[in-house]
Design a protein around this ligand. Structure first.
Ligand code: ATP
Ligand code: MG
Length: 180
């Protein structure tokens, strides 16, 4: 499973439709200060369902929508699509490629799509549980995360190993069943 491409429209500084392909191997995003490098990482986290504005370096989710510059007027919607390749290496995946889309409007309405079909965030989260792909999984290692993992409580650190070993899904199912 790997990050294949990212499509952005109206997300933070990406006022125009932007398509980024990630070739196999390592990709470095380089550019001058303020050009939008971190916004690319924010987009990956956001499309995976991040709900905390602070994790998106903003005050509210509306800050994710392009808010205009001297040459472009503000937009009313942000959309990010993330294409993940080599999915069949994981159980639960019927197709080799999966495309996740998240869309949000200034009204606060939010939509999620899986291969262009509307779905719930919960379905996306469940599909990717135990794959390492997710807002709190280890596919996104932001500044300070390694330190946090090393200095966290043993039970919190254990969660990282549980995700890697593929049992988070079962622990979650158990929690839900007990709640019912
Ligand atoms: P650095 O090298 O300093 O880390 P960077 O390349 O990571 O910079 P980002 O933090 O990704 O830069 O981008 C910051 C830019 O994104 C700023 O110019 C900011 O104005 C712009 N930006 C953030 N949110 C929005 C938004 N909602 N609408 C328009 N522009 C935005
Ligand atoms: Mg940055």
């Amino acid at each position: 499973m790997y990050l294949k491409s990212l499509d952005l429209f109206g997300f933070k500084s990406f006022a125009e439709k932007t398509h980024l392909d990630f070739e196999p191997g390592m990709t470095a995003v380089v550019g001058p200060n303020g050009c939008g490098k971190s916004n690319v990482a924010d987009a990956v986290r956001w499309v995976l369902g991040e709900q905390r504005p602070t994790m998106m370096r903003g005050q509210s989710m509306e800050d994710c929508i392009f808010n205009g510059t001297d040459s472009h007027k503000a937009l009313n919607m942000a959309e990010v699509s993330l294409t993940i390749g080599d999915c069949r290496t994981e159980p639960n995946f019927e197709y080799d490629e999966v495309c996740l889309t998240r869309r949000v409007f200034r009204s606060g309405e939010s939509q999620y799509f899986l291969n262009r079909q509307p779905c719930r965030l919960k379905d996306l989260q469940r599909l990717f549980m135990d794959t390492g792909v997710g807002t709190d999984a280890y596919s996104i290692i932001e500044q300070g995360k390694i330190d946090r993992v090393l200095s966290s409580r043993p039970q919190d650190r254990r969660a990282v190993f549980e995700e890697a070993s593929g049992i988070t899904r079962f622990k979650n199912d158990k929690k839900e069943a007990l709640r019912k």
